[in-house]
Design a protein. Structure first.
Length: 109
């Protein structure tokens, strides 16, 4: 699993570079690398979710889906917002659970 999380960004980076050489579209290349940076960051930060195993598995599936969404964007130039936003949603759900269930965090109000 970790091998795929390392290999997937490299595949996306190589594919986006090849498509940039073919199209010459710098805006698409920059958007691709920003999206890739965001997904990799969420994948790294998502390791804190291991305490809630079902949510962690859901987050990892959302990360894989987001990688697929980036590849789809590179190939078809169409963003799949649901795929790209889903890792962030699982992270927000985890933060809500942690805030509600952890007495060490400051109170909400």
């Amino acid at each position: 699993m970790k091998f795929l999380l390392v290999l997937a960004p490299l595949i996306v980076a190589a594919l986006s570079y090849v498509m940039y050489k073919e199209d010459g579209n710098l805006k698409k290349l920059i958007i691709t690398f920003v999206l890739l940076w965001a997904v990799v960051t969420l994948a790294i930060v998502g390791n804190v979710m291991r305490a809630l195993a079902p949510l962690y598995v859901t987050h990892m599936l959302a990360i894989v889906t987001a990688y697929g969404g980036i590849i789809y964007y590179v190939l078809k130039s169409r963003l799949l917002w649901v795929a790209l936003v889903s890792p962030g949603v699982t992270m927000i759900i985890y933060l809500i659970f942690a805030w509600i269930g952890n007495e060490h965090l400051p109170p909400v109000g």
